[in-house]
Design a protein around this ligand. Structure first.
Ligand SMILES: [Zn+2]
Length: 315
């Protein structure tokens, strides 16, 4: 049922994209509307009166003479690319089912690899910032996961070397269907770490179901109820109905990431996980993806290339 609802929704075609955002002036208008839904507002003094300096493409405030461009102070700041290229990249990345690598993006939109990489990571950064501000609520399945390391041999399971630990959580509605998910890289599965994560990503009053791993009791610090089910691990635990969705999601994210990306630098894993969750959390809203993303993008602070290359803060 769920699958059909996703697959057979009206969606948003490339034809729709070109109709709405096919020209630079359409993109400028859209960005203006997303940034200033109630009309121009001066970033310095909040005045609404302005004049547009045609040649320099700047908006000058009539009150304080502050000058701003449409993209300054946003994730698009200092870009040299046409907005149509950006909109196409946003479309391809938000609409793709299993993700799009920087290399694939480069080929599709005709920019250099470094430019494609930077765009891809800026877009993923917007996705992460957005969902980091939306804690999960209701009934939540929670599990500990490790990324990578398996194929190089070595110890399997919890605590292996070369693996990046991350927390996976999925919230369910009353019918037991998944609503939203969050996957966050953790420094390890300790009480303090889960406590910190829970305060950030869970709404107080939620009910959290996990296996018997001791650190998960720390969700109580975020005023959540905790139910611990001892599964004993192994393949049988996958069939346990209480963990059916979280196991499916973990399988999906691992499959999608290994098939789409050649290699993921562990320091950027938080962004890749956020990208996957963002798309999943909006899988019924493909039609509204562009304006929703755009609204958040113009409210996301600039992220220069040198900052993008650093590891993200843990979410
Ligand atoms: Zn002003």
């Amino acid at each position: 049922m769920c699958k059909n609802k996703v697959q057979f929704q009206r969606g948003y075609s490339l034809r729709d994209l070109f109709q709405h955002y096919g020209t630079e002036s359409q993109c400028i208008q859209a960005l203006f509307k997303w940034r200033w839904p109630n009309g121009f507002t001066c970033p310095a003094c909040s005045s609404s009166k302005y004049c547009y300096l045609q040649t320099r493409k700047l908006y000058q405030c009539n009150g304080c003479h502050h000058q701003t461009s449409l993209i300054s102070g946003t994730i698009f700041e200092q870009t040299k690319l046409p907005l149509t290229t950006w909109f196409l990249a946003i479309y391809l990345i938000t609409q793709s089912k299993t993700g799009l690598s920087a290399l694939a993006l480069k080929r599709q939109i005709g920019v250099s690899y470094n430019t494609a990489w930077s765009m891809k990571h800026k877009i993923m950064h917007v996705m992460k910032e957005r969902d980091d501000g939306k804690p999960l609520g209701g009934v939540i399945q929670l599990d500990d996961v490790y990324w990578g390391g398996e194929r190089r041999g070595g110890k399997r399971g919890r605590g292996s070397a070369n693996k990046v630990p991350f927390v996976a959580a999925v919230s369910l509605n009353n019918e037991g269907h998944p609503i939203a998910m969050n996957m966050s890289v953790a420094k390890g599965f300790r009480l303090t770490e889960i406590s910190r994560w829970a305060k950030h990503h869970l709404q107080p009053g939620s009910t959290v179901i996990s296996d018997g791993l001791a650190c998960f009791t720390a969700v109580k610090d975020a005023e959540c109820h905790h139910i611990s089910l001892v599964t004993g691990g192994g393949p049988q635990s996958v069939t346990k109905i209480e963990f059916a969705w979280i196991n499916t999601m973990i399988g999906n994210v691992k499959n999608a990431m290994t098939s789409t990306y050649h290699a993921i630098n562990p320091k950027h894993l938080p962004r890749y996980l956020a990208e996957f969750c963002y798309r999943h959390n909006r899988r019924f809203q493909l039609e509204e993806m562009m304006p929703r993303f755009g609204y958040v993008a113009v409210r996301t602070s600039p992220m220069p290339y040198r900052l993008l290359k650093l590891a993200e803060a843990y979410g």
